[in-house]
Design a protein around this ligand. Structure first.
Ligand code: BDR
Ligand code: CA
Length: 303
């Protein structure tokens, strides 16, 4: 099994990633930390707690950054709904909401762990950047970071920038310059690994978890040609099934101002960084294998 920490902003595809992580026997989830992103952090924290409760799990949730490091916060409620998880009624309101303890909990959990831990950010990287700035000694205890975000092609927020990196480009820059091994799971693969209509129809029939995820998916990327993306789930799929993905080692820089703010620039020709690399970048995926795998994950979820 792999020990992971999810740093997340649920968010519908984050909700799907949390559901997979909490149910898979391949993962031990040591902590879920939340960040402002798809919606405000009070909402992303509540949503994480709702999912933990739904699956009757005892994984700890810690509340993280309310704002990006420097850039003003803009949410994505238009995509995920006002609550961040439109489409399913969890019938549960968490009462104790952890606030502003993510950096401390990330630090303590990672340092207390025997082996290396994999950090899986699926929101903006604000918490991770704060962790690295405040506790640089934590870096050597992190085996790697498998992060959803970025793109070496088009953006989905601006023409250049993907949403997670756009939300907090300064944090992303700190993470890419940290020296910790990083896998970039960006739009280059997540916009190819679309769940087809057939997959969506199957998911709805797969018990309580299928009903919950089917509900959330029903308004997510409505009308997108070819199906709906499951961006954040690709981080976990990559860890379990690297054979689904084609990767390239590249140097990634993050643009922190101007019209391309939030763009991840890959030094494909090696001309800028002399062939040095700082990331393993996912560049292609077997979408069919991803669909089949995801269906089986949902089928095995216990709610
Ligand atoms: C990313 O942005 C968010 O809206 C999704 O949850 C995902 O993490 C995709 O660009
Ligand atoms: Ca996300």
């Amino acid at each position: 099994t792999t020990k992971i920490i999810l740093d997340t902003d649920p968010g519908i595809d984050d909700a799907a990633a949390i559901s997979v992580a909490l149910n898979s026997s391949e993962f031990e989830v040591e902590l879920i930390s939340t960040v402002a992103g798809n919606v405000t952090v009070d909402k992303t924290t509540k949503n994480a707690l709702k999912l933990v409760h739904f699956f009757d799990s005892n994984v700890e949730v810690a509340g993280g950054a309310e704002q990006p490091l420097l850039k003003p916060f803009e949410d994505a409620a238009r995509v995920h709904g006002e609550s961040g998880m439109r489409g399913f009624d969890f019938n549960y309101e968490p009462t104790e909401i952890p606030v502003n303890n993510a950096v401390e909990r990330l630090y303590n959990v990672i340092m207390a762990n025997d082996g290396p831990i994999t950090l899986v950010p699926t929101g903006s990287y604000t918490n991770v950047a704060l962790l690295f700035k405040q506790h640089p000694d934590v870096k050597e205890k992190i085996g790697k970071i498998v992060a959803m975000g970025g793109s070496i092609g088009m953006g989905n927020m601006t023409s250049a920038a993907e949403f997670n990196v756009f939300t907090d480009p300064h944090a992303a820059e700190i993470v890419y310059q940290s020296g910790v091994p990083i896998v970039m799971v960006g739009l280059d693969v997540t916009m190819k690994a679309l769940l087809t209509q057939e997959t969506l129809d199957t998911i709805k029939t797969l018990g309580k978890a299928g009903e919950m995820l089917g509900g959330l998916f029903s308004h997510y990327y409505e009308g997108n040609e070819g199906g709906i993306p499951m961006h954040d789930v690709n981080t976990l799929a990559f860890m379990l099934h690297p054979e689904f993905y084609k990767t390239e080692d590249l140097w990634i820089d993050v643009v922190v101002d101007g019209p391309a703010i939030g763009e991840t620039v890959a030094d494909i020709r090696g001309a800028y960084h002399g062939g040095s690399t700082n990331a393993q970048v996912c560049v292609d995926i077997d979408a069919d294998a991803f669909n089949k795998w995801f269906i089986e994950e949902v089928r095995n979820m216990k709610a």
